[in-house]
Design a protein around this ligand. Structure first.
Ligand SMILES: Cc1cc2nc3c(=O)[nH]c(=O)nc-3n(C[C@H](O)[C@H](O)[C@H](O)COP(=O)(O)OP(=O)(O)OC[C@H]3O[C@@H](n4cnc5c(N)ncnc54)[C@H](O)[C@@H]3O)c2cc1C
Length: 381
């Protein structure tokens, strides 16, 4: 068995035995599943892409995307929270070895959570319009501003943060810093009360004269905007994989239910109208999985994955938004029980359609890249 297969087996068992049973409780208590994050860390899931020399598993991007699908089958919010910590650990190991020594042990063990903060109260899709200000001082950088809608913000204190160094300069002036939420000048806001998905720990915080040292500048102006766009391709593909995981699990549950629930003298699955809908779900899921596999391969190989990652996320989130309610409907009233994930997964698909590029922004991206690409059919012919 390869290291990747071994990891997938462990992730699947963990999702089934630990995450799925606890997720309704996290939702009821409106909190991050901290105890399960620490158990996941013990399995190495906070360090899938972190090199072995730093205490990680040293596996590739594809392993992370496959684990994301397995875990999200049990709970989308938990998986988001875990991967956001994972990504900060992997980024520090890759881009900031001096800081990695300071923070990696706590991130990999799940003692501290990580997050990545682009969005602000006044700027979501329009990343170039962020207003958190970074001003050069003799001591380093002084940061002031507010971040909103950040995964893990309810708890995270190892933060990759984007700020503007030159008002009005758009992406050109944006720089990236590592922020330590235990230091003066960091002010956490209460976690958001939402209509679902509280295990994500979404919230906001303010920086009030926070001082970052020079070695905490992860990417200078001119490079940070591009770095953010590079990493977003990977995020889009694993979010798409997570949508596939949710639909795959909903389909599995509906099929098992349809095989035993009787209606009009036969199992639900004996009725053509019932089983055709499941066949449609299985077909769309397969298409989304193939798209994700192809996009994940591009991300892992370092090829330009902008187009495929946008297409994979757009297709998989829309597929999940269509199929999850249809699969819930196939369960009858039984699908409403909290023990089943249908309601949580539908809220997960809603979140998926915003994070790391809303569906509308993905359409814009795809349209722009399609224009640049060679047309499949020559209109002149
Ligand atoms: C649970 C959750 C977790 C999140 N986690 C993070 C995180 O960890 N880090 C982070 O930085 N951000 C995070 N986000 C924020 C997410 O990236 C933003 O929600 C997203 O970028 C969209 O921004 P917005 O919500 O401000 O919508 P807006 O930008 O205000 O847009 C509102 C609507 O208008 C559409 N729209 C905007 N511009 C156009 C246009 N030009 N053409 C057509 N339609 C348009 C959008 O698609 C959207 O439907 C999270 C969000 C959620 C819900």
């Amino acid at each position: 068995m390869t290291a990747d297969e071994d990891l997938l087996q462990r992730a699947e068992a963990f999702a089934r035995e630990v995450v799925a049973p606890a997720a309704p409780r996290w939702e009821a208590e409106r909190r991050i599943g901290l105890e399960a994050l620490q158990a996941a860390a013990y399995l190495g899931l906070t360090g899938i892409e972190v090199p072995v020399a730093w205490g990680g598993l040293g596996l590739g991007y594809g392993s992370k995307a496959r684990v994301a699908e397995r875990l999200a089958a049990a709970d989308f919010g938990f998986t988001m929270s875990l991967l956001n910590t994972h990504n900060v650990a992997a980024k520090l190991a890759r881009d900031a070895p001096a800081l990695a020594g300071r923070y990696l042990p706590d991130l990999l063990s799940g003692q501290r959570l990580g997050c990545t903060a682009l969005t602000e109260p006044g700027a979501g899709s329009d990343f170039g319009a962020i207003r958190t200000q970074a001003v050069r001082t003799p001591q380093g950088w002084r940061l002031d501003g507010a971040k909103a809608w950040i995964t893990n913000a309810a708890r995270a204190d190892v933060i990759v943060l984007y700020a503007q160094t030159e008002a009005g300069s758009g992406g050109r002036g944006i720089a990236c810093f590592l922020i330590d939420g235990t230091r003066p000048g960091f002010v956490r806001e209460p976690a958001y009360q939402l209509s679902g998905q509280h295990a994500i720990g979404a919230g906001g915080f303010r920086l009030d004269g926070y001082l970052a040292s020079d070695d905490e500048l992860l990417h200078p102006p001119g490079q940070a905007f591009k770095a953010a766009l590079r990493s977003i391709n990977g995020a889009r593909v694993y979010i798409a994989a997570m949508c596939n995981g949710m639909v795959g699990e909903a389909l599995r549950i509906a099929q098992a239910y349809g095989a035993q629930r009787q209606a009009f003298g036969q199992p639900l699955a004996g009725h053509q109208g019932w089983r055709w809908r499941r066949a449609e779900a299985a077909t769309e899921l397969q298409a989304a999985r193939l798209l994700v596999a192809q996009a994940a391969e591009q991300v892992e190989s370092g090829a330009d994955a902008q187009l495929l990652s946008a297409q994979a996320k757009l297709f998989a989130t829309r597929m999940a938004e269509r199929q999850l309610p249809a699969l819930a409907q196939a369960m009858g009233a039984e699908g409403l029980r909290e023990v089943h994930p249908f309601g949580r997964h539908q809220a997960g698909a809603r979140v998926a359609s915003f994070v790391d590029g809303s569906s509308e922004m993905l359409l814009e991206r795809i349209a722009a890249l399609q224009r640049a690409a060679t047309p499949l059919v020559n209109p002149e012919a």
